[in-house]
Each structure stands twice: as C-alpha cells, then as structure tokens.
Design a protein around this ligand. Sequence first.
Ligand code: GLN
Length: 581
Amino acid sequence: MLPEGDEDEDEENITTTATATGDAASDDELEQMSRKLGEMSPFVRQHLIHVENRFFDMFGDKEKQTININKFLTALAATGMRPSDPRLKETYTNLKKVQEKMASNDLQTLDTDYDTFMSIICENLEVLVKAFSSSFIIPDFRGFCHHLDQIYNSCKNNTNGKVASYIPQLARLKSEHWAVSVCTVDGQRYSNGDVNVPFTLQSCSKPLTYAMALGLNGTDTMHSYVGMEPSGRYFNELCLDYNNKPHNPMINAGAIMTAALVKPHLSAADRFDFIFNMYRRLAGDEFLGFNNAVFLSEKECADRNFALAYFMRENKCFPEGTRLHETLDFYFQLCSLEITAESGAVMAATLANGGINPLTGDPVLTVDAVRNTLTLMHSCGMYNYSGQFAFKVGLPSKSGVSGCVLLVIPNTMGICLWSPPLDNNGNSCRGVQFCMELVSRFNFHNFDNLRGQYTTKFDPRTVKAESNAQILFDLLFSTAAGDLSALRRHWLSATDMEAQDYDGRTALHVATSEGHEEIVEYLLIVCEVQPLPKDRWGRTPLDDAISFNHPCCANLIRESCNKKGIEVPSVSTNSILGVSQ
Ligand code: GLN
C-alpha cells in the first residue's frame, strides 16, 4: 500500500502534550544535539546551506520562522523510508526528546524553530538529503507504488494453482494468502497484503545459502563440487551432470551439496547458529524464524532427498569427511527457515545491492558471490520454467514450494512475493503473474535497455533530467558521507569515478580529505582511478591525506603509485584551506 507518513505507527508512539516552539531547545540534550551538528564533516557542512534552504522551503513557515514536523514526516514517508529504518534511528530518538521537552503530543501542530529542527535530523543528514533531493533509486516512489497496488490487485483475482501437499504443514497453508513486499537498494519500502505472516523459505533458501557458501569457499572450490548448468530435469531428479556433479545449486542435489560445504568442521548446532546469523544479517534483523514442524515433516518425507544424497555419495561427489545424515538435516533446516514477505524483500534487496544490506550497510555477501548467485538464479531459479521465465521476465529469481518468489532487479530493488497456490512447474501462480505484469509496465527486463531500442515501457529509475553535474554531486556527497554502497552503485552504473567538479576535485580528493580509508581503497583498487589527479590549486589526494592527517589514506595512495610505477611526488605546498604542511 502507499506509504503514508501520518499513519505510521512509530509516529503515533510519540505522544505527549501541547504545541511549542524552540525555546525549550536550550537545555543540555538539545545542546548536545547541536554540538553533533558542529561535528559534521567539512563536506557535509559545506552543503548544509543548500540543504537547509531546501528543508525550509519544503516544511517551513517563513513568517513564524518555524518548521512543521508533521509535514516533514509525511514527506519523508512519501520517499519510501520507514520510521523503523535503522538509518533514521537518531532522528526519531531526537524527535521524541524534543517532543517530551516541549510537552507536545500533537504532531500535526508541532512546530520547532530552525535550529531545533536541524539538531533533530543532523545525525541522519546524509540519508535525508538523499531522500529529499530525489536521489533515491526510485525518485517518485508514490507513483511507483500506485502501479504496484494495481498489479497486486490484478493478481489477487488469480485463483489458479494448488497448494503443495507433500507434507501436511504446507498443505494447510491458505490459498488466499497473497503478499508483495519491495525494498529498494536505497531502503525504500512498499508492502501489500499478508506481508507479516511467516512462511518457510523452502527452495528460496538455495540461492542464499549458495551465496554464503561461495563467500566461505570461493568460486573455484564450490564449483569443483557443483555445476552451473541448468539441468533441464525436475528439481529433485536423481541424476548428475557429465562430470558426475549435481547440475547446479538451485536444484535439490546441488543444494544438498552446498549445505555440505558450509562450515563442515563445525558441530551441527554451530553450523545452524552460523547460518541463522548470516540469514539474520541478510534480513537486517527483520523477521527470521525456524519452523520445527516443517523441519520434522521434511525429514519424515524425505525419501527422494535421502536417495539423492546416497546417489551422490556412491558417486564420490562429497568432500571427504562429509557426514551424510547431518548434511541432510542441515538442508532440511535451511528449507524450514521462516521469513515474512517483508524480511524476504530485504534479503532480495541485499542481493540487488551487491551483497550490502541497504538498511544496515552490513556487507553480508561478497559482490562476486552475489554475481554468481544472480547468474544461476537467472538461468535455474524457476524450476522447469526457468528458460521461459528468463525469456519473458529477464530477471534473476527463485521460487519455493511454500509459494514464495524472490525476485531481484539488480542495482534497483528486491521483491518478495508470497502466495501458496502453485502451477504445474511448482511456481506460485500469483507470483509469476506479478513478475510478468511488472516487466510489461517497467523496463526491468535484463535486455530492455538495449541501444537503439524503442520502448513504451516506463523507467521509474529515471531521475528527471539528471545531469552529469547532479551525478557528480551525488558521487562526491556519497564519498564524503563514507557511503560505500552508493559508490558501488555509481561504479556499476558506469559513473566516471575520476570525474572532477568545477574546482577539479575528485571523489579520491574528498575521500582522502575525510579519511574514508575503505573508500580510498575501493576507488584505487576496484575502480582503478588515477592516484594523483590535481585540483585547480594543484593539490593531489596525497596532499589532502597529509594535510588532514590521514596517514593510512596517504599510504594507500603511495602504494597505488608504486604499483602503477608512478613516482611518488614530494607534497605540494598549495593549500585551498590554508592548511600548512
Ligand atoms: N523441502 C523441499 C525439498 O527439498 C523443498 C523443495 C522446494 O521448495 N522445491 O523437497
């Protein structure tokens, strides 16, 4: 449903009395908040003036010189951000404090003075600036949600399919359940239907466990045990490929093999703990459960999975020392992990975001693991419908017998669909219909953006007239904010990572000035930017690193110079900020 700021639960929780202006802002806590504002990085402060004007234009009352909090929260919800978003934690905590100080329970009429407003939001300024400068991946999020509502409703009428019945726990699922949840790579959320009802992941766990196993073992080791070829056979068929390996990790044999490769030296309990924690990080601490009844049922009705495991053992497929029964138990446990459509959407969004959870910033999976996973989801994720799905929808996805579909739009969003009735291929009927309708409206198909192609499809990602200057602004701002995930997106979207602003400043200059070591490393090693570009004052990133006292960044620059055979210069004496060497 559409995000509506004034109906959000967390806002309702903020209840105290009366309206007020900022006189109360002089006490200790508010002073402390203002101090935090003063501690902001030079780059953020440099842009603060524009940001302030913007906020004031949007929510301010020029005569009273106040900001209306309700207007601000409503506009914030319309960007797709939720009050529960961990990136807004400080803003909501500060807001509660201010409300208590002002003894105000009515957000509709709560006005604060300008300084108080800035002290409420200052710790989350980066993400708020992004939200309000249309820099999120889906700038018109409300418009996009209207489309999603329409597709949701159209699929609701689809009563085809049968609920899986091989175990009683699944057979009992109601066929009416229908949930759609979206999380973008910027953490914009949309949810409709039964999005908080838990269900088991079943085969949707396969790509996720595979991605984790890749991180543990590396691609070569993983694929010395499991192939990467669509099998063209049923997901649980008793067969191996020409190399005597299970065809791929998305079918049962391959997933059992993948389970065998996750921390095999740990005890069964520790393996479960490890994987549960990884899944929790994928979901950014949103709902994750374990359904013991499903686990026991799976184990009870697992003749085929046992047959597959014994068949693989007979063919010497497993690494030495694999404990077969323990491995199967582990596989059943993975199938029995519970999510909701909401937490599933965050997991899918983490894949869409190259392995970094968009809400928590946690680098859960490596980018290589995600790339491999998305590739196999694309070719093998929808059972015997995978080829047709790749043709018609053109997006990586994975379905499971509980009626779940995880759909990934790389660099854009993750979607979790859930509706138990399945078609003859074992895919959720409503889930597949949703995917089809989605790509008929939006140009999300992998090959929808070919050069010279004329399409009437809508691109919700198009920022109106996003100029190179805006892209550069976002690149430099994200760098200053230390937002590695935004930088990765720039890199994946072919942004020129060496681009210079009017003053000749590059992302590398900004990163070394701010001391963001991880970003300096990313720019030098992954993006391979030139280590010594000069700004208009002739200063290099090395000069900046030294001036602002970030020796680790300076060393990274020196290392890169050495690697590239570039002579490390003596430090320039030019200084834009009057900082002497
Ligand atoms: N637990 C099921 C099995 O291994 C999962 C299958 C599925 O979701 N397709 O048979």
